[in-house]
Write a protein that binds this ligand. Structure first.
Ligand code: SAH
Length: 215
């Protein structure tokens, strides 16, 4: 997702109490920031934040951190976030996910959500996919042992690539569906913004849930 540059968005973000400004300052200290020992779930590439906000509303005993690289997109999430100051379990960071190991320590993150990540269809850009081996290995360095990654996409090529890459990198596939909305896993599913849009156009939604198998 890329929106037209919005003048002033960087300033609004810089002043927001819902945005973490010192990325590296939080590494290893997230529980302190939230003031509890609840699990930490992150969404990488949250877009306008519709999904992660609904997660935070439904699960007050889970801490959420939404990551987005573009200011113009994060600004949209912040506008919604500001209307719900009572949500104490949700922060945002504007950053490039490549640097995720600078922000979270080993064993700090319980679950990761990747929703409708950019497909980067050309082979030469495969390493940029958020489910490439490079990214999966970064996630291992920040996740708890039994932590899971949930990945949803309407892009079947990206889905097959992601399943194959996860298997090759030693992840266990816990859930694999090529038609989420018609499956047993749809109960309690929170639709993301892209999910609403693409399923509205008749696209099937794929989902995998994977866990790293360190044995
Ligand atoms: N998750 C949302 C948005 C999907 S679009 C939804 O399902 O509705 C993908 C989003 O991921 C875009 O907003 C894009 O800017 C962000 N993104 C893609 N690659 C990223 C990266 N490497 N680091 C941080 N954000 C990224």
């Amino acid at each position: 997702m890329r929106l037209r540059n919005i003048p002033g968005s960087r300033e609004v973000i810089a002043e927001s109490e819902y945005v973490i400004h010192s990325e590296e300052g939080c590494k290893g200290k997230w529980h302190k920031l939230f003031g509890n020992d609840n699990p930490i779930h992150i969404e990488i590439g949250m877009g306008k934040g519709t999904y992660i906000m609904e997660c935070a509303r439904r699960n007050p005993d889970i801490n959420y951190i939404g990551i987005e690289k573009y200011s113009s997109v994060l600004l949209r999430a912040l506008e919604k976030r500001a209307l719900e100051p009572d949500l104490k379990n949700l922060y945002f960071i504007r950053m490039e996910a490549e640097n995720i190991e600078n922000v979270f320590d080993k064993d700090e993150v319980d679950n990761i959500f990747l929703n409708f990540s950019d497909p980067w269809p050309k082979d030469r850009n495969a390493k940029r996919r958020l489910t490439s081996d490079r990214f999966l290995n970064r996630y291992i360095n920040i996740m708890k042992k039994d932590g899971k990654i949930t990945f949803k996409t309407d892009n079947i090529d990206l889905f097959e690539y992601s399943l194959e890459t996860a298997r090759e990198c030693g992840w266990e596939i816990l859930v694999e569906t090529r038609n989420l909305h018609n499956s047993e896993y749809n109960e309690g599913n929170i639709m993301t913004e892209y999910e609403k849009k693409f399923s509205g156009l008749g696209h099937k939604i794929n989902m995998m849930i994977i866990r790293y198998n360190s044995q």
